[in-house]
Design a protein around this ligand. Structure first.
Ligand SMILES: *Cc1c(COP(=O)(O)O)cnc(C)c1O
Ligand code: SF4
Length: 346
């Protein structure tokens, strides 16, 4: 498969190349055991193959879905909102004007695995690997092989950042930084601690939602054993993604961090309705998480079938505002290349 050499490849290759992780932590086993072909997933969910327009065979963005996430899908339902996020769809092949490979112009801002777009904050592409491949991913075409801050290159990236006095926050992103082993994360934490002006370390991760076992004792120890304030931003789009195990993991993270937030992407026929968005905010709150951003889809090639119009998005936010306390209404944002921050849509 074309994808196999690229760092987006599953199972934490990036981490495994560099070191031997402690033998089969539960979450590493869960990654290895994930579904990798639409055919297997469709069979497991007892779907009529005629009811889904799955892309089987070659795609430049392979399928990867952990079993723990599949367990939260409804069997026999081709429209399940969790399934829709992860099952490769034939629409991905369509070329739609305005949907490009790098709509965020991230390449212009990236070097040595660091993306500097906003003042005070630097985003480190800690790994290209993820616990799941979300079909709408805005970095599905990102050239991780060129930009990956692999362990050998971290030192260079970090040396660049150390010289920037106005930098106060480092964001570990990817890919998903929790694909790295705890030792590797610890090493990054130590390096960031050495940056005198940096007081906050943020992690953007979908792991606690996808494979909640990732939030184990060792990880919690890493997060609590530092002078840095840890902000964790998880990524959850639909209330059905939060089951008991996810809720427990999130509550543990809440206790171990300074702030626990969620970002979602507004996705057609996944969560573009008032009821699901309201329930999502409420279930997140029950798990100790505050909604942060609701992103409008970035116009990335192969994702147009997830698009929701700005007018519809605004109407949804307006109804959430009527229904929920202000702190449970996420900020609706869009990323506009060249702007000094995410653009809030009022
Ligand atoms: C979104 C983003 C950030 C963080 O922005 P906040 O508004 O602080 O959450 C930082 N760097 C890059 C490149 C981003 O895309
Ligand atoms: S949306 Fe996040 S978790 Fe999903 S594939 Fe993209 S980077 Fe990975």
């Amino acid at each position: 498969m074309k994808q196999s050499a690229a760092p987006f490849d599953p199972a934490g290759q990036a981490a495994r190349e560099d070191e031997q992780p402690s033998p089969s932590a539960g979450w590493q086993h869960a990654l290895r055991d994930a579904f990798r072909t639409p055919r297997d997933l469709i069979a497991f969910l007892q779907l009529d193959p005629g009811s889904v327009s799955a892309l089987d065979g070659a795609t430049d963005f392979s399928m990867l879905v952990p079993r723990s996430f599949v367990a939260r899908m409804r069997k026999g339902d081709p429209h399940d909102p969790l399934l829709r996020q992860v099952l490769p769809d034939s629409s991905e092949r369509e070329t739609v004007p305005g949907f490009d490979r790098d709509p965020l112009a991230e390449m212009r801002f990236a070097s040595d695995g660091v993306i500097r777009k906003y003042s005070g904050r630097a985003l480190l592409i800690a790994t290209g690997a993820c616990p799941v491949h979300c079909r709408y991913c805005f970095r599905r075409h990102f050239p991780y092989a060129e930009q990956l801050a692999s362990r050998q290159r971290w030192s260079r990236a970090i040396a660049t950042l150390r010289d920037e006095p106005e930098l106060t926050e480092v964001i570990l992103s990817g890919g998903d930084p929790l694909t790295l082993t705890d030792d590797a994360i610890m090493e990054l934490v130590r390096a960031v601690e050495e940056m005198e002006n940096v007081h906050t370390l943020r992690l953007h991760s979908r792991f606690p939602i996808m494979i909640p076992e990732r939030v184990d004792r060792q990880l919690l120890k890493v997060l609590t054993g530092t002078r840095l304030r840890i902000v964790m931003v998880v990524h959850c789009n639909h209330p059905n993604e939060i089951d008991g195990a996810v809720q427990s993991a999130l509550l543990e993270l809440k206790a171990a961090t300074a702030q626990l937030l969620n970002q979602s992407v507004l996705l057609h026929r996944v969560n573009d309705n008032e009821e699901d968005l309201a329930q999502l905010s409420e279930k997140l709150f029950d798990a100790g998480v505050l909604p942060y951003y609701l992103h409008l889809l970035d116009p990335v090639a192969g994702t147009a079938h997830f698009d929701v119009t700005e007018a519809r998005a605004k109407a949804l936010i307006a109804s959430l505002r009527r229904r929920l306390p202000g702190y449970l209404v996420p900020r609706l944002v869009r990323e506009v290349p060249g702007e000094p921050s995410k653009t809030v849509i009022l």
